[in-house]
Write a protein that binds this ligand. Structure first.
Ligand code: MTE
Ligand code: MO
Length: 379
């Protein structure tokens, strides 16, 4: 079964853990297209990859819904019951660019979730499925009109942690679902969802960290308040910088939901030696969660003193919930080691922290500071 899944991904993915499968594409390939090829879309797994039989499969919707139901894939795909919805959405793991926080200070957070991701734990696809809002409506709506209700997602995979068998369970608030920003999806870029990406069904939660987009979805339960399951309650917390393993209390962290604005330079790669005659070409991505989009991307060739604005025609198309890839020929007049960096402003005028250390946290999540690379310039 390992082999089968391997075939779903490019052979040259960088595997950031030996097991389970966690991989990101080679950096120079990721931003060649604004929509990521399924084979190159990063994969983040907590455990094994379940094999689910199409015929036996159904999605269970229960808890605080007025009419609990089991829905088969055929029910969900029946356009007389549910309108189909497609959206271009980026998924980004909160661990993207973690390697920079590890290089700053490795800390002593959770070894399972501290995979040393580079800049490739983000990908963009056109997802097709049904809005979860419509499914809830089909189930007669929520008790109390949905007040204080969260939707809990159950994945069919299991993993081991400290000797215990764990299940993948996360939740999102009803107010998010109400915006038609949570998709129950069976298609990724026009193909059936690859098994490694959650076949047959997953949630896609627009603008939130990837962790809330539950793969191998088999149950949705409406509950009061957020899920008490470990993935929701104990993982993916953002701690203050003073917190370490000794004094970590879950109450010192808050749950990471919407992704902040961030960006990365994908080419050239760091420490490259470049002969040029006045400009060096860069490519990269820029993204902002929570329904914001990158409005302005700026590049500096001198560590962040002088910033150039990337012309709008050098940015890929704007979407509410997806990244923009960019390219820029940066003027360079110095020789030797230069520090290139990128920062993005989103349409709500949020921008990125200046340095990695400005936002270090012990579980090493959300490295959203200006991305910096060193290039040896010869002209
Ligand atoms: N869903 C299940 N069932 N199990 C998982 O381990 N990982 C989550 C999320 N959904 C995960 C999951 C995390 S942390 C991320 S970043 C995204 O899936 C990654 O989605 P992808 O592997 O399709 O890129
Ligand atoms: Mo993630």
């Amino acid at each position: 079964s390992w082999k089968y899944v391997q075939q779903e991904k490019s052979a040259d993915m960088n595997h950031v853990l030996q097991f389970p499968y966690n991989g990101e594409p080679p950096r120079e390939r990721l931003v060649e297209t604004a929509l990521t090829n399924n084979k190159d879309h990063f994969v983040r797994n907590h455990g094994g990859i379940p094999e689910i039989e199409n015929d036996a499969y159904f999605l269970e919707i229960d808890g605080l819904v007025n009419e609990p139901k089991n829905l088969t894939l055929a029910d969900l795909q029946n356009e007389k019951l549910f309108p189909r919805q497609s959206n271009v959405v980026s998924l980004q793991c909160s661990g993207t660019r973690r390697i920079e926080q590890i290089n700053e200070y490795p800390g002593d957070g959770d070894e399972l979730i501290n995979a040393p991701w580079g800049e490739g734990a983000i990908g963009t696809a056109k997802w097709t499925g049904v809005s979860l809002k419509k499914i809830i409506k089909h189930c007669g709506g929520l008790k109390d009109g949905g007040k204080g209700i969260h939707l809990e997602f159950y994945g069919a995979d299991t993993y081991f942690k400290k000797g215990n068998v764990m299940n993948y369970v996360v939740s999102v608030p009803w107010r998010k679902v109400k915006l038609n920003e949570v998709l129950v999806a069976w298609e990724m870029n026009g193909e059936p969802l690859p098994r490694i990406h959650g076949f047959p069904l997953r949630t896609v939660v627009f603008g939130y960290i990837g962790a809330r987009s539950c793969k191998w979805l088999y149950r949705i339960k409406a509950i009061k308040g957020p899920s008490q399951a470990p993935v929701q309650k104990k993982e993916y917390l953002y701690y203050t910088p003073q917190v370490g393993k000794q004094n970590a209390m879950y109450s010192n962290g808050f749950s990471i939901m919407e992704m902040p604005v961030s960006s990365a330079i994908m080419t050239p790669v760091t420490k490259e030696q470049i002969v040029h005659d006045g400009t060096i070409s860069l490519t990269g991505w820029a993204y902002s969660g929570g329904g914001h989009w990158p409005e302005r991307v700026e590049v500096s060739g001198d560590g962040g003193s002088v910033w150039y604005q990337v012309p709008d025609e050098n940015l890929s198309k704007k979407y509410y919930h997806a990244w923009r890839t960019w390219k820029f020929d940066c003027p360079v007049d110095a020789e030797g080691w230069l520090e290139f960096c990128v920062r993005t402003w989103d349409n709500a005028l949020n921008t990125q922290p200046t340095y990695v250390r400005s936002a270090w946290n012990f579980d090493l999540h959300v490295t959203s500071s200006c991305h910096r690379i060193k290039i040896y310039s010869i002209n």
